[in-house]
Design a protein around this ligand. Sequence first.
Ligand code: SF4
Length: 327
Amino acid sequence: MLEEKNYEPPLISSHCPAIVRLIQIKFPELVSNIVPIDTPLDITAELAKKYVSIKTGIEKEEVGVFFLTMCSAKVTAIKNPVGKEYSPVDGAISVAEIYDSLRKIVKKDIEIDQELVIPGSPGLGMGFDIMGCDKTGIKECVCLSVSGIDKAIKILQEIELRKIPQLEYLELYSCDGGCVAGMLNVQNPYVTQVRFREVMDSLSGNGSNYELLKEELPKDFTPQKITLSPRPIGGLSEDISNSLRKLGMLEKTLSDLPRIDCGACGAPTCRDFAEDIVQKRAEIHSCVFHLLNSVAELTGEAFSLAKKIPYVKDKTKTKRIDGSEDY
Ligand code: SF4
């Protein structure tokens, strides 16, 4: 698209789901600037399924793709993709949850079937989670990378006012520092960036390039187009009494949320997320902070209930019926 210049600049990356939602809700005029094809994650998943299917003869529908994620908004995007009905990604696994177990396995020399490794894919593709790396895959254009939801809003306001006409491509991340700053990462984001770049560099001399990837792509592979449209603000219902009832529900839901507008749920602000819940487009446990609070409350309740478990007498000691002892 950049080469054909058949769009109104700048093109905006569709990589960050929270940014896509932000534009749909607060910058409807800029929706047409979002790259209208699948996200890099979904393209890779689709490609991986096709590739494995060709190499193994297993039906594409039988191949599962799971994303190791540092960002909880990506989990929401997999469950409720924007601009299409479903994501080819079958599930997401939090890096924080799998890191230790994976490290133990990776340390042992496990054998990887090289036939199933997509050639040319790892080096450049890994960069999508790091700020500034989109443009390494784009030939000569005026690109800008911005991270942090507040800064993203500011730059989008400037673009809306046509203050940066020379800009051709804009890469935006809701988390400060890019996806590596996601709350499901276990490592300091700056250290993660360095490690990612090291791995990317080590792979770049290993035949990781776009030309090689193009050669190996299944010939019938084309990225899926997505249709994005602005999302109406505040229109809770056409019926005024229903609208008022929903507004009350929205305020009540919002009062249960942390109001820190971190974007981790995939909505740009807590208020937008509360509206999504009221409109049944999201569930409250997609807010990780709310989920953690609920877990903490449940754990507290379980702990106090455990104390109420009746005692039974052991011959020598006092034991609870769950086996725990008093000293
Ligand atoms: S509801 Fe608010 S605090 Fe919770 S994940 Fe979404 S933006 Fe962050």
